[in-house]
Design a protein. Structure first.
Length: 110
């Protein structure tokens, strides 16, 4: 497993944070630029558009990543998964993952 900065990541590869956050994975987005994504948020009236716009203004080389959170409910045991886009500063350290993480099977949970 190699540690790279967010600016050195490649689209299609999966990365984790170097800090131990279980179930959090990142993948670089190739079809959308960070500036276009922030513009889309502003047009939709998203309340976080100002935050992401300020981050992009302070770090013009910020990297747009798809962030996936995966886990299971502590009470019912049902699996859950969310996906959202985030901007990472170029110096953010990530670790490349060898195998695709998460729920790769098509089994249904009981």
């Amino acid at each position: 497993m190699s540690v790279v900065h967010a600016a050195q990541t490649e689209a299609g590869r999966i990365y984790r944070d170097t800090r131990p956050y279980p179930g959090v994975y990142f993948m670089r987005v190739a079809r959308l630029t960070p500036r276009a994504w922030v513009r889309r948020l502003v047009n939709k009236g998203d309340p976080l558009a100002g935050f992401w716009g300020a981050l992009l203004k302070n770090h013009p080389a910020a990297v747009l990543m798809a962030c996936r959170h995966r886990g299971s409910c502590a009470f019912t045991g049902k699996r859950w998964e969310t996906k959202r886009y985030v901007l990472l500063v170029p110096s953010k350290r990530l670790r490349e993952v060898q195998a695709r993480p998460g729920y790769t099977t098509n089994r249904r949970t009981p």
